[in-house]
Design a protein around this ligand. Structure first.
Ligand SMILES: NC(=O)c1ccc[n+]([C@@H]2O[C@H](COP(=O)([O-])OP(=O)(O)OC[C@H]3O[C@@H](n4cnc5c(N)ncnc54)[C@H](O)[C@@H]3O)[C@@H](O)[C@H]2O)c1
Length: 349
């Protein structure tokens, strides 16, 4: 098995999840950590016995031993770092939301097109969780009949302090948005994963409870038309003190209906009652391996599974389960929603 040497760029909240996911993989070492704040890198390096720390990610890219970098910085900087890493021949694991601008997304995809032998994946760990994979198969095997509508809500609380603690959060320049691009992008991505590409969107956002603290939206409502003809809606807010973290989908097909709350079916009905029983049983058998649970509950347990898949893709010269292109599609969807709200028009994707 080829030894893989990794580095993590950005040593904030999500970095330990990448480090712990790497640690679980045999024949893999983490050689460098990087953060603009050297203290953050050094603290993590001490905790996980990682030998080198730097504030300059380019120094890592110059190291010929490094095969793969995880990009765990703010959204805007993902593009510059990813492009540079691909140009230096490194495989790239880039955290969501890939990045915050259309030109940045295109530059990342262009850089990968020039180095197709490299693996480039965007983190959408929920695609790797067993219940979500099962639900996708169920939908795509036609068990709901013709799907007519789907809806999604994400309700959570992000306090003023959360936004004030890190300068990039809640800014158009560096986060690229608010509750949609950050907290809800996972759920939006699963809409594409479950139901396929989206043709057009109409959205309206506002800042209801974080006025004077963030310049981006804390609340958004979206209407969606999928290429397959499904009609959908999304509502998301980070402004309610009554709910820390809650998400849910409804799926209505001609033959089946489901409410799917925090990635667990909370209500299931199929015209075929034997199918209903089978689906309920199958879901209860879909347990995430305990060994995969490394991070905050609502991050899910998908990071280790996705990162293990990416390293396997590097070793075997294959596409990762979540390609950079797939992640780019969801980032572009987010940007289309913002454009629609600003212009007051439907935006085609
Ligand atoms: N997949 C998930 O569930 C999940 C969860 C949380 C965060 N994230 C994503 O992870 C990324 C980081 O989020 P976070 O919450 O860890 O942010 P954070 O602010 O806690 O950490 C980001 C770190 O990157 C560093 N940084 C910024 N620019 C840099 C550069 N050019 N070189 C080196 N270091 C640099 C900052 O100093 C900071 O320490 C974001 O894209 C975020 O959306 C994903």
């Amino acid at each position: 098995m080829k030894h893989v040497t990794c580095a993590v760029i950005g040593c904030g909240v999500i970095a330990p999840t990448h480090i712990e996911s790497f640690i679980k993989i045999p024949d893999l070492s983490i050689k460098h950590l990087c953060d603009l704040d050297l203290n953050k890198a050094e603290k993590l390096a001490a905790q996980y016995s990682i030998p080198n720390c730097t504030t300059d990610y380019r120094a890592i890219l110059m190291d010929p031993e490094v095969d793969c970098v995880s990009v765990c910085t703010d959204h805007f900087s993902h593009a510059e770092i990813t492009v540079a890493a691909l140009e230096h021949g490194k495989h790239v694991i880039c955290e969501k939301a890939l990045t915050s601008t259309e030109s940045g997304i295109d530059a990342m995809l262009d850089a990968h097109r020039k180095r197709p032998e490299l693996v480039f994946s965007g983190i959408f760990q929920h695609r790797c969780e067993p219940t979500n994979r099962y639900l996708r198969n169920l939908i795509q095997s036609g068990k709901f009949g013709r799907i007519l509508t789907c809806s999604l809500y994400v309700s959570c609380l992000r306090t003023n302090e959360y936004y004030q603690n890190d300068a990039w959060r809640g800014t158009w320049a560096n986060e690229g948005g608010g509750v949609l691009i950050n907290q809800s992008i996972h759920h939006l991505d699963l809409l594409r994963y479950f139901f396929g590409d989206i043709e057009s969107v109409a959205a309206s956002y506002d800042n209801f409870v974080h006025q004077g603290v963030i310049e981006t939206e804390d609340t958004i409502a979206i209407a969606l038309r999928f290429r397959s003809g499904i009609l959908g809606t999304v509502i998301a807010t980070s402004g309610s003190k009554s709910v820390t973290w809650r998400s849910g989908y409804t799926i209505t097909g001609t033959e089946g209906f489901m409410e799917y709350t925090d990635f667990i079916p909370s209500y299931v009905n199929f015209v075929d009652s034997s199918l209903k029983e089978k689906v309920i049983k199958d879901f209860s058998d879909c347990k995430l391996d305990d060994a995969l649970q490394v991070s905050k509950g609502y991050y899910g347990g998908g990071h280790p599974a996705q990162i293990a898949d990416i390293i396997d893709a590097i070793r075997n010269g294959r596409e990762p389960y979540v390609s950079g292109e797939a992640a780019a599609g969801t980032a572009k969807l987010v940007l289309a929603c913002y454009e629609s709200s600003r212009t007051g028009k439907w935006v085609n994707l």
